[in-house]
Design a protein around this ligand. Sequence first.
Ligand code: ADP
Ligand code: ASP
Ligand code: MG
Length: 452
Amino acid sequence: MQVWKFGGTSVGKPERMHSIRQLLTDDSNRKIVVLSALSGSTNALIAIGEAAKANDTNLSMQLLADLRAHYDAFIQELYSTDAGLEKGKKIVESEFGYITSLIGIRPFAPKHEKELVAEGELLSTKMFQAYLAEQGDSSVLFPALEFMRIDADGEPEMAQIETRLTAMLEQHTDKKIIVTQGFICRNPREEVDNLKRGGSDYTASLIGGAIRAEEIQIWTDIDGMHNNDPRIVKRTFPIRELTFEEAAELAYFGAKILHPSTITPAKLRHVPVRLKNTMQPEAPGTLIANQSSDREIKAIAAKDNITAIYIHSTRMLNAYGFLRRVFEIFEKYKTPVDMITTSEVSVSVTIDNDTNLEAITAELREFADLEEHDRDQNIICVVGNFSADKEGIALKVLEAMKHIPIRMISYGASEHNLSILIHSKYKAEALNVLNERLFFYEDTMKDIFTAP
Ligand code: ADP
Ligand code: ASP
Ligand code: MG
């Protein structure tokens, strides 16, 4: 079995849903199809929730009416029979009825907010499966809330997901297309929860890992993982092959095409992940697997909203106890550390979740001196195979960035990552100069030599 995930733009228009059905029915294998919300819907639902939280009923009702109008128009184009359209109208009526009742609740708590954002995926999957049924395709809808579970720390409950999903699949062996919601799940309090923004990719890989799928395909609006962020850099190109490790680094360090945790479950069970373009299905996309071609530098990504903390040891502690105490505090506050650099008496670290920053720094001050931390930093991450740095890759990277002030450098921890911390105001410049130097060096040189 394969797992195919379609993102927001891939389901964002009725004709796109028609093309997806074509893709699914052209391929005869049985599949689980994970869908995101229609593009823009999650943001709209979040805005409705914000208005409800602020007690602004007029605004929440206005935003809701706009969203409803979008769905009313959408189903007119999606279905081609009266019966199909009737079914579509019932779905929209029922989900929007529920949304209306939700946003009237006071106080409007975080659990209501999560139920509200879950409606995006509930709507898209119900509408799409009804469309498959209208067209006479063999399909069934699996409610993700019945099998996708997270623990109290927001981590997936792998064993539960596997047991529940396997049982559901055994009951529906006759169905060829199994549709389910990305992103949404239940937490240990049995409330509706989610896997964070962009989480549908993660749903797909959790499912693919759980059922030991033959392949996980992530269908989106671009022809695979590019060598750099195409929203910021002009000359980018798709990468045909990546290892799990390389893809995991890129996703974690900011390549928006994949949710940061997507690769973990796939890698654990050795399930290849293929990134494909819904708008251009014939394009080869990117294959992520155990092996890849050995080009040295594969790609560059940037992770935003980083805070750097600079910690100096006081003389009260033995040097060998210092790092342990530092990291125990980050562990206590469940705050992952992304970059670390050390000198004899100092250690600098970066975090991207600053929810507990004040508590962390207060505890660090009990045994260390802290410099003022820097917010608004950016990790630029160069990913590739650095195992034999014959070409002086590190030198090329630093040379390209010679005009940009560098705060931290991390190199050598793994064979496929070189990370550099800079202020975020230099991010676009850094991505562009690195692109030219690392991927288009010969072109640049040619321009220089042929210049008049
Ligand atoms: P979906 O809604 O299908 O999940 P996303 O918007 O989450 O799609 O991810 C696809 C987008 O990721 C692309 O349109 C592109 O702008 C952006 N992106 C950022 N970095 C990269 C990269 N390195 N390679 C490809 N796309 C990237
Ligand atoms: N709809 C959710 C979001 O916009 C999940 C996803 O698209 O992956 O974040
Ligand atoms: Mg996405």
